[in-house]
Ligand binder design. Sequence first.
Ligand code: BGC
Length: 743
Amino acid sequence: MRKAIGLAASAAMFLCICTSAAAQPPTKEPWLNPSLSPEARAHAAVAAMTPDEKLRLVFGYSDQAFTDLAKVPDEIVSPDLKAYVVSHQVKGSAGFVPGVPRLGIPDQSQTDASIGVRNSFIPSTALPSSLATAASFDPEVSRAGGAMIGAEARSTGHNTMLSGGVNLAREPRNGRNFEYTGEDPLLAGTMAGALIDGIQSNHIVSTVKHYAVNDQETLRTSLDVTISAEAMRQSDLLAFEFAMEKGKPGSVMCSYNLINGRWGCENDYLLNKVLKHDWGFRGFVMSDWGAVHSTADAANDGLDQFTGFCCVTDKPWFAPIQFKAAMQAGLIPERRLDDMAERVLWALFAKGAVDDPVKPAPIDFAAHARVSQQAAEDSLVLLKNDGNLLPLHGVKSIAIIGGNADKGVLAGGGSSDVTPVGGATMINNRTYLPSPPLQAMKRELPHAQVTFDAGSNPEAAAALAQKSDVAVVFVTQYDSEGYDGILKLEGNQDALVAAVAKANPRTIVVVESGGAIFMPWLSEVAAVLEAFYPGIRGGEAIARILTGKVNPSGHLPISFPASSGQLAHATLSGLGLPDGTPASVTYDEGAAIGYKWYDMKGYRPLFAFGHGLSYTSFALSGLSAQPDGRSIHVSFAIRNVGRRAGKGVAQIYVEPADWTKAGWEAPKRLGAFAKADLKPGQSKTIAVTVDPRLLATYEAAANSWHIRAGDYRLMLGDASDAQMESVSVTLPDAVWSAATAAN
Ligand code: BGC
């Protein structure tokens, strides 16, 4: 079922890129002195503000293409402010928060999302989906992508990116898994953190989102998630904690759902206790668009910016006038408004958005497309390659079948769906990015006969496959914000693959999907390449991998279930109920997500977390481990023992001698990972450190992490289900505060 999304397409409007409204900023004021700390500057600026100016910073407006501010009574939003919002916002973006020109404080122009600037009127470069980039197992790929999309945000007048999706793929059907970075807290947090770091290197603010446990889209605005504090801290929240440590986002976007009976955006436990107290977060919490349910409770329970739809909805509490009334009634202490404004300003000062204001600039789209292509080439996952059918060589005729491979590559839907440079092909309201694999294959194989069949008739496609040397079938699975998917391919796609494979055993399947899918035809095809949503140069990346110009090096950031019987939840809570219906889900699998769940249950997935093939082979050896305080230092060697250059991914898993006694959620956890680019015969020694939290359990009563004394095995492999070399270490008992800010 389709739910409202934050940004809907609408009638054409003229593009207005308005620079920050720094009318005649004072120059000698302390808050404009870059040599002072962001804290001191924020404090001084707030001290100079009137209450109305502070309130400007904490209420966000959406684009007037989508809402009509003019209809709001003047006593709620003054005519001056209305005029200011309308004339200063970047049209077609997600949101706008007016600055305080009198004091040199810039407006906040907010744009989605993690794969590129999402604006209905501004074309931009689309990265591969965040899940795809997570498959690179290389934070540098994420960082480079972040730096690129952040540069486009800057150049189009946006100083805030609503990026950094890091919700764990707890629910394989979650329609937004493609916007997130997988099922493991370490991998997800590291990759999202690197993206945020790259974005903010442009002196703009990024969020991390959606905080927290917003792990399904069905009834996302009314679903109450029940989960223990222990399970949260060891799973979803740990992913956020890593992402925040590595990316240092200026803002955290709280989520639509309820967690243990409290809305995500008025949740004292999550916002005040965990985020601001335990993790020492100094920036501001912004609401997901319209996820505001009260004035005083939201403010007191930790929300700093009421973002999205100020004043235009039927929520009277979502307006400065109500905020003032609540302060006058003593329901919100004045100090709290100061704190909210200071947090917003802290982020703007700390990330450089005040000292280096955004301004329109030309964009080198060709260079940016190369960044996206590189990300795809580092991320696509070769799942199967029987008889080394790939890379293709000596092929005279090739049948390309299905998936609209003649039109482009699929992108996910919702607020991350960018308007691509070069234009999208819209099919059934779905975006196909302008990088058709068919044309790319023709370019890569100029001497082969490359023929296309749309795949609507499996028999016709099979007939073409039969008379071709090789058949490549493209299958697509569309996912979008606002509703959850199914793991079965839609339409006739399964039948199509089966028919083609029967006609030609040299069949390769290329999957463009938001996340995991079932593959009932897997044993019948020779090769499978998982391309996820591969971005604006996805077709080129696919063709270069199939033809061997690029050696694939992605590894799965999620497990692929073999059947629905393996899912932790047989059905999605609330599926089919109208929007807004109260519903609940209990995550009784706790922190046992993905491969942890499979290990615990003894299930064999279709493809395991961490799996990914290469056209060369890597040998992992020489594992050694040395405890150091609460961490473990690990070193090993990786050697390219094949005949092609390639990038190998090594994964370190940790396993207590007895995982139940150690209090773990599952037998093993990913403790570290690394990627190495190696020529044939070349070897590298790699050193990594296992973070203590990945060895510990969280104890809610004492708010502490606890490593139980005992033996722990460190295992080295290239997938979570691989044969692994191992060594053991003995760890002493260790307990420390989970308030990392205090450690
Ligand atoms: C989405 C957010 C997005 C916001 C603004 C919401 O519907 O959940 O991820 O940033 O809209 O477009």
